[in-house]
Ligand binder design. Structure first.
Ligand code: DI6
Ligand code: FE
Length: 413
């Protein structure tokens, strides 16, 4: 019995991302009700079904839609003024004394209404979407009060309604200590724990994250936050070992966390714990580059241990004002010696797992969401090889074909 499909894309090479690239040359892929119904060699399509609409992929490569699994892309203002001041000789201390740094983003984000937040953030998101991103994680963490964190998360949810992208939200109340809690970090952590059930009830958070660092929150404080998340049935992830080894990876693995992110200072104990727990290592080369860091994450040891490695932009105004996942792929290859295949897996199959979406996205296989990117390239390695060039020709979101460039919606004044 043959199937009836909504859409058949023919004349493409498929990188299914199952078992390496999982290449199917001269392939075709069929969609029904927004899901993948069939895929295989093009010359076998007719014996499996027929489609209401057929598209010619032009001999390009079709991959799973890319997934940016770690961003702070909803925020107001930017910090190019500080960037310039530093390059003209100002020190971080001067800038902090003048009220700059992360607190300047917190002030701007608190002051912006939800529409204004979206107006400033949607162009950044559109930049990712032009490169084939179909799933995007967005963290809060520049509000640092229940009201302002909820506003950020609502804006993130709305971004997913206004633009063709699946948004996964993460509550990052423990990103920095707000000024009104100066010297009372434990009191703020109690406040963050109290926000979790409220945000969970409103369906605003898909996961909970924290910044476990000397300049962030301690492991004990992070654990209190994870316990509060666990009580609400929310999965956890962690900004871990970015600047120093706080053994955050061990902690997040103990909670069977989705991911540990950054990891430049990750030790052997953390790697072993992540492997046992199935916690994904999310690599963020933008922050490493922008901070001119010199300690790379232990990529060879992660590979050796079989810990899945995802790759993300970490888009944020302080340490990674980057809106290109393709650039992140090039960076992990050039800076950290991932292979192009690992880089693409890092933005597809492993990124899906870092969001708990491994049954929905990240590979081309029947039953998964029909989220694809179509590239005019000779081979998948082209995606990691060139930088500053975008070979994306079309994107498919849930079976709906679109141009890579999306129009931005009008938002109220
Ligand atoms: N790690 C970082 O590098 C950013 N947040 C975090 O947890 C910094 C955020 C900023 O400076 O705005
Ligand atoms: Fe981050």
């Amino acid at each position: 019995m043959t199937q009836h499909w909504d859409l058949l894309i023919r004349n493409v090479h498929l990188a299914t991302m199952r078992d390496g690239y999982g290449e199917i040359r001269h392939g075709a892929i069929a969609v029904s009700a927004g899901r993948i119904a069939w895929l295989g060699p093009e010359n076998e399509a007719a014996q499996h079904g027929s489609a209401a609409e057929t598209r010619d992929g032009g001999g390009g490569w079709l991959t799973p839609g890319l997934i940016d699994c770690h961003t702070h892309i909803i925020h107001a203002g930017n910090r190019s003024d500080e960037f310039e001041a530093r390059l003209n000789g100002a020190t971080y201390e001067d800038i902090a004394k003048a009220g700059g740094g992360i607190m300047s983003t917190v002030r701007a984000t608190r002051a912006a209404g939800e529409d204004e937040l979206l107006r400033q953030s949607l162009p950044r998101i559109a930049s990712l979407l032009a490169e084939g991103v179909t799933t995007l994680e967005i963290k809060s963490g520049y509000g640092l009060s229940l009201e302002a964190e909820a506003k950020m998360l609502r804006a993130a949810r709305r971004a997913g309604e206004l633009l063709p992208v699946r948004v996964a939200t993460t509550f990052l109340g423990a990103h920095a200590l707000p000024p009104e809690f100066a010297g009372r970090a434990d009191d703020y952590v109690a406040e963050v724990c109290a926000m979790i059930p409220v945000l969970a009830r409103e369906g605003l958070a898909d996961a909970v994250d924290a910044f476990c660092e000397r300049i962030g929150f301690t492991r004990e404080q992070t654990e209190r936050i994870f316990l509060a998340a666990q009580q609400q049935g929310l999965p956890v992830k962690l900004h871990a070992e970015q600047l120093s080894d706080q053994q955050g990876a061990e902690l997040v693995a103990r909670f069977k966390g989705l991911s540990a992110d950054h990891l430049e200072h990750l030790g052997a104990g953390g790697i072993a714990a992540m492997r046992r727990a199935g916690t994904v290592a999310v690599l963020l080369p933008g922050a490493y580059y922008f901070l001119r860091d010199t300690t790379p994450p232990p990529v060879a040891a992660l590979r050796e241990a079989g810990v899945p490695m995802a790759v993300a932009t970490d888009n944020n105004p302080g340490t990674s004002p980057m809106t290109s996942l393709l650039l992140a792929m090039n960076m992990v290859c050039t800076l950290w010696r991932l292979t192009p295949q690992e880089a693409l897996a890092g933005c597809t199959v492993h990124a899906a797992r870092a969001l708990g979406l491994q049954n929905e996205a990240g590979t081309l296989e029947p039953g998964k969401r029909a989220d694809f990117a179509l590239w005019q390239i000779a081979r998948p390695a082209d995606l990691s090889y060139a930088f500053g060039f975008n070979p994306c020709k079309a994107v498919v979101n849930g079976g709906v074909w679109r141009d890579p460039l999306v129009a931005l919606p009008e938002l109220g004044a």
